[in-house]
Write a protein that binds this ligand. Structure first.
Ligand SMILES: *[C@@H]1O[C@H](CO)[C@@H](O)[C@H](O)[C@H]1NC(C)=O
Ligand SMILES: *[C@@H]1O[C@H](CO)[C@@H](O)[C@H](O)[C@H]1NC(C)=O
Ligand SMILES: *[C@@H]1O[C@H](CO)[C@@H](O)[C@H](O)[C@H]1NC(C)=O
Length: 218
């Protein structure tokens, strides 16, 4: 009897130690509250993700809290633009016990054109008509994302093309990616092309980003 009690106590301890629980919520604004959910075995941390988007009109800020794999914690923030002032910034902070106090900081809006241009567009369709956009700041890559959202049994596609940073591209092209710029949407195609599509631009880009870095540092 005593042994049995010890064994079950031991099991209870092991189980509680092994399964992480994270508050899970998604909302407009910069705060949200929700129930704690048990994370999957592959998810070692909680995460708080802040997204600001001007893609659908005036600036909208959204917050999400959930479980995450540890690999997202050290990734640089996401930043991309779709031309015509449309922009998405996303930052996150990993946390375990102190998630209530955590507020991710968005990287500053970049306004200075850097000479790179990308075909850019945004439409609630499977494809969209592009116009060349001037990339800004650290944006040295072009990207395309098609996604869809299912609300109330209605399937809506979205296509976004534009400029982004090489870090965001790495996440877009990454295999086990956490790339979910619009949390509620399922990504169908996400790809990066290097600007203008000419062969030489691929060679020029690294030099160009070196210059950019120098500009930013000085
Ligand atoms: C979030 O904010 C946007 C813009 O202010 C508004 O249109 C939308 O209805 C809000 N959504 C919710 C769920 O409150
Ligand atoms: C891009 O930059 C060039 C040079 O500064 C400017 O002439 C052009 O109007 C800009 N294009 C857009 C779409 O802003
Ligand atoms: C979903 O459909 C119901 C019934 O038609 C409607 O009342 C509700 O507002 C809809 N929800 C959304 C998010 O569109």
């Amino acid at each position: 009897m005593q042994t049995l009690l010890k064994v079950s106590l031991f099991l209870a301890l092991v189980t509680s130690g092994a399964s992480l629980e994270c508050e899970t919520c998604f909302s407009n604004g910069t705060t949200c509250a929700g129930d704690k959910k048990t994370c999957l075995g592959t998810e070692e941390t909680c995460i708080v993700i802040l997204t600001e988007s001007t893609v659908d009109g005036p600036s909208v800020t959204k917050i999400e809290k959930r479980c995450s794999t540890i690999s997202q914690c050290s990734m640089p923030p996401f930043y991309f633009t779709l031309g015509a002032g449309r922009r998405v910034r996303q930052s996150w902070v990993c946390c375990i016990d102190d998630c209530d106090k955590v507020v991710p900081v968005l990287i500053p809006v970049q306004t200075r054109s850097n000479g790179v241009m990308c075909p850019a567009c945004h439409e609630w369709k499977e494809s969209c008509k592009t116009e060349m956009a001037n990339c800004t700041g650290m944006e040295t890559s072009c990207f395309k994302i098609t996604s869809h959202v299912d609300t109330n049994g209605t399937h809506v596609d979205r296509t976004m093309m534009g400029c982004t940073t090489k870090y965001t591209c790495a996440a877009i092209e990454g295999e086990a990616t956490n790339f979910r710029p619009m949390s509620s949407e399922a990504i169908q195609v996400a790809e990066c092309t290097h600007s203008m599509g000419s062969r030489s631009s691929g060679l020029l880009l690294p030099i160009f980003s070196g210059l950019l870095l120098l500009k930013i540092i000085s």
